[in-house]
Ligand binder design. Structure first.
Ligand code: ADP
Ligand code: ASP
Ligand code: MG
Length: 405
């Protein structure tokens, strides 16, 4: 009998009506003779609501307690789906991350899965149950509940598919699959029938929230094909899989954008060995991930260093760098979260010169100023003003004729 892991995101379980809809879908899979393990996210905006509720308790939010709270969202939807399945006459059992044997490290709010002790899940499958697992959560070596970062139920699903050697892993969401850009911003965006792990990973890292980047990493590491599809219809979705062509004809596969970034600049930094180390070690000590980095050309023995970080880390960075500005002899700093990153991704661009120039041209034609640029073999990213981001995404989509692929 084949085994399917099916994950349903927050919008797919946002109400009891929607839970009833997916319960019928899961029942149909089971009736076709498949064994089904379901992973669910919290209902609708429950995670955001819980974060807001916690914020009302005061400024200091302990990581352990936050995870204890946030994990309840997924437990609710798992139990509600199991109850609904039972009412449809399907034997089903819900499990928390802990009961499902999902072992993580102890990095609260961004824990990584170390392994899955799947014997309980297997036992429930053998007993004929549909197993409904609360996504986004694990258990630390200390026995505390952890959460896997925003969008972490995707990672739960792919890791379970790897651990259980499932025949299929399906991510059900509110769009038909992975598109050439966020379809909410570009209505003419096209659904991709398939996309390589590498391209999907870049798109996800660069802001395409349809898949959590770590879920794609797990899929790549275990060579698991993942299908992203819509929970509200039966249209075929997008298969995330290994590259199928030796040579890529398409230069650009998609456009991604990220509004959760912040800029930081330090002025008149002395041009001496060890200064960059001091600054970036201080950020690393606070667990702050640095994304784009620019060091301006030296003038009079000094230069400016600018970089981007996640918006949520801005306050921590201000504190960490603020302490160092005087010590390293810089003249000052500036920062803000009024920026966004827009990126083009495509495996074909590494052998096609001029792709970056075309990107800059498309932005210039819209009068959009570029603050920073970073490139890799398969992407070019530009930091721009946040209020231009939607115009930029649409301009790039047009420039690379992504509505025609
Ligand atoms: P879920 O709650 O199912 O996990 P998410 O909101 O996390 O759903 O992800 C689905 C959303 O991702 C879509 O509604 C869409 O707006 C957004 N998205 C961003 N980029 C893309 C893309 N390239 N293709 C498809 N969806 C995208
Ligand atoms: N509920 C969590 C979130 O909103 C996890 C998920 O949806 O995957 O980020
Ligand atoms: Mg998601």
């Amino acid at each position: 009998m084949s085994l399917v892991v099916a994950k349903f995101g927050g919008s797919s379980v946002a109400s009891i009506e929607k839970i009833k809809n997916i319960a019928c879908r899961v029942r149909d899979m089971k009736m076709k003779g498949q064994q089904v393990v379901v992973v669910v996210s919290a209902m609708g905006d429950t995670t955001d609501d819980l974060i807001q509720l916690a914020g009302a308790t005061g400024e200091f939010l302990n990581g352990r307690e936050m995870d204890m709270l946030l994990a309840t969202g997924e437990q609710q939807s798992a139990a509600l789906l199991a109850l609904t399945l039972n009412n449809l006459g399907c034997p089903a059992v819900s499990l928390t991350g802990w009961q499902a044997g999902i072992k993580s490290d102890s990095a609260h709010s961004k824990a990584k899965i170390n392994g899955i002790e799947n014997c309980r899940i297997k036992k429930e499958i053998e007993a004929g149950n549909i197993v409904v697992i609360a996504g986004f959560q694990g258990i630390s070596p200390q026995g505390d509940i952890t959460t896997l970062g925003r969008g972490g139920s995707d990672t739960t699903a792919v890791a379970l598919a790897a651990s259980l050697k499932a025949d299929r892993c399906m991510i059900f969401t509110d769009v038909d699959g992975v598109y050439t850009a966020d379809p909410r911003i570009v209505p003419e965006a096209r659904k991709l029938n398939r996309i390589s792990y590498d391209e999907m990973l870049e798109l996800a890292v660069l802001g395409a929230v349809v898949m959590q980047p770590r879920a794609v990493e797990v899929a790549l590491a275990h060579q698991i094909d993942v299908e992203v599809r819509c929970s509200f219809n039966h249209n075929p979705g997008t298969i995330i899989t290994k590259e199928d062509k030796m040579e890529k004809e398409v230069m650009v596969t998609g456009v991604a954008h990220d509004v959760n970034c912040a800029r930081f600049a330090i002025f008149d930094v002395p041009d001496q060995p060890g200064i960059a180390k001091t600054l970036f070690k201080a950020l690393a000590k606070e667990g702050i991930n640095v994304d784009m980095v620019i060091q301006a050309a030296m003038r009079d023995g000094r230069n400016d260093i600018a970089f981007t970080i996640g918006r949520d880390d801005l306050q921590k960075a201000v504190e960490a760098i603020g302490k160092l500005v005087e010590e390293i002899g810089a003249s000052g700093m500036s920062y803000g979260d009024d920026v966004a990153k827009v990126s083009i991704v495509g495996a074909g661009m590494q052998t096609n010169p001029g792709v970056a120039a075309d990107m800059f041209e498309a932005l210039a034609d819209e009068g959009i100023n570029i603050h920073m640029i970073s490139t890799s073999e398969i992407k070019v990213s530009c930091l721009i003003d946040k209020d231009c981001v939607e115009t930029a995404v649409r301009a790039l989509h047009r420039k690379f004729e992504l509505d025609k692929i």
